[in-house]
Design a protein around this ligand. Structure first.
Ligand code: HEM
Length: 399
């Protein structure tokens, strides 16, 4: 399966978002070493970076792929009916960027009123997710069956459930209950289900849309049910270790084990499948392996806490920049763009290696001198192949 012409513009806008959000990540590293312009804080730069990556880099290509898969038997007009929704989401994503950069979640004075504009635009974006869910659900009634579509169904359930956590935070602000634990738990519930559920199931759906599935002897539910439920249980790991109860810890461990079960089965099928070969797919398989090992280590009594800042940033980028971004680039661009794709993968791996040094688990006696300077340089690397891939999308208007 490939992206049709009408969706190439969506991919181009996603690549532009990756480049802008990547420059913002670079700005964060720059700001750790040199003074930033007045009014720009590191916290707001991080918000602008992570939200643009989530809203415009990750969601549109997964949704575009889902739309193509679910309308495979329908006419082109049905497929095009998804475009207004995806474009509205992208425009809102771009619109939220300057507000996150300048104000974060704080209110902005507009005349006599004071409004949290970035939060309001984020709410509108979540409404476009429901719009997309409705369009997909409508077409799903008449579409065929495949593992890829089942994974997309589960991914969409995760997206909708994750958004409930985000709404919960907003509604909670208007109650009289003053509990940082509940508010923080809802934020991290959103992040956990969004990343481990929506993103992981979505990119696995794309991956299996690229390949014919090898025969397997277990129920296909094992490939998504543990992952979906596990994604809802892991959020306590992102909370402060001191405030979570033993029950929450056990629940989070169960979540990690469930996710590891589904991912191990996907890995098994990938290894069994002869087409999942070559440097890029092997890198994807290696990243899934590292993710599984990391999750198992977090369950074992090794005193590893995934929520610690350095480790958390490394893990999130392993999942979102490593696994998700590589699968998107590899699946969407055809093989004739192989050199640019391989350069992208190498650049991503260098960013991930650079994050290992500040994970908090790297031996201090092996630390690279001026590590934050090297991190700043590494942050620029994926932008070079991203611009290259963007230019390639204009070649004969075909990926
Ligand atoms: C060009 C590639 C990228 C670079 C250079 C980059 C850089 C950064 C930097 C510097 C931070 C702040 C780290 C800190 O707080 O110490 C950060 C945080 C973050 N990034 Fe990225 N990033 C990249 C790709 C991505 C992608 C593709 C995603 C998601 C799709 C992503 C999502 C996030 C999130 C969610 C955070 C917040 C982590 C947290 O503190 O909870 N990043 N990134």
């Amino acid at each position: 399966m490939t992206l049709p012409k009408s969706f190439i513009r969506v991919w181009q806008l996603s690549l532009i978002s990756f480049i802008i959000a990547g420059i913002t990540g670079f700005l964060y590293r720059y700001g750790m070493l040199y003074p930033l312009p007045d009014g720009i804080s590191l916290a707001n730069i991080r918000h602008a970076h992570s939200h643009l990556m989530f809203f415009n880099w990750i969601c549109p290509p997964i949704m575009a792929w889902m739309a193509v898969a679910v309308t495979e038997k329908s006419d082109k007009a049905t497929l095009r009916s998804f475009l207004p929704c995806i474009y509205t989401m992208i425009v809102l994503g771009f619109l939220s960027y300057p507000f996150f950069l300048l104000y974060g979640y704080h209110s902005v004075a507009i005349g006599p009123a004071s409004l949290p504009l970035a939060a309001i635009i984020s709410g509108l974006i979540m409404i476009t997710w429901y719009w997309f869910a409705w369009l997909y659900y409508r077409e799903r009634q008449i579409s065929s069956q495949s593992l890829s579509l089942t994974l997309f169904d589960a991914a969409l359930i995760a997206l909708v459930i994750s958004s409930l956590g985000a709404w919960g935070v907003s509604v909670f602000q208007f109650t009289t209950i003053d509990s940082p634990l509940i508010s923080s738990a809802m934020t991290h519930f959103f992040l956990g289900v969004f990343t481990e559920g929506w993103v992981v199931l979505g990119v696995l759906g794309i991956m299996w849309a690229k390949f014919d599935l090898p025969k397997f002897s277990f129920h296909s539910g094992w490939l998504w049910i543990p992952l979906l439920f596990g994604s809802m249980l892991v959020f306590p790991f992102s909370l402060n270790r001191a405030i979570i109860t033993p029950e929450m810890h056990i629940t989070a461990n169960i979540g990690l084990i469930l996710i590891a079960i589904s991912l191990s089965l996907h890995l098994f099928l990938m290894v069994k499948h002869k087409q999942v070969a070559g440097f890029i797919w092997k890198t994807v398989a290696a990243i899934i392996t590292v993710k599984i090992i990391f999750q198992i280590m977090a369950v074992l009594p090794l005193d590893i806490w995934p929520g610690e800042h350095g480790l958390r940033v490394l893990y999130l980028h392993l999942l979102l920049l490593g696994l998700a971004s590589i699968v998107l680039v590899q699946a969407i661009h055809l093989n004739r763009h192989k050199t640019a794709k391989v350069v992208f993968v190498i650049a991503v791996l260098l960013v991930l290696i650079s994050l290992l040094f500040i994970s908090g688990y790297w031996p201090p006696n092996l630390m690279v001198p001026d590590i934050y300077w090297w991190l700043m340089v590494a942050a620029l690397l994926p932008l070079i192949p991203a611009v290259w891939l963007y230019v390639l999308t204009f070649q004969k208007n075909k990926l």
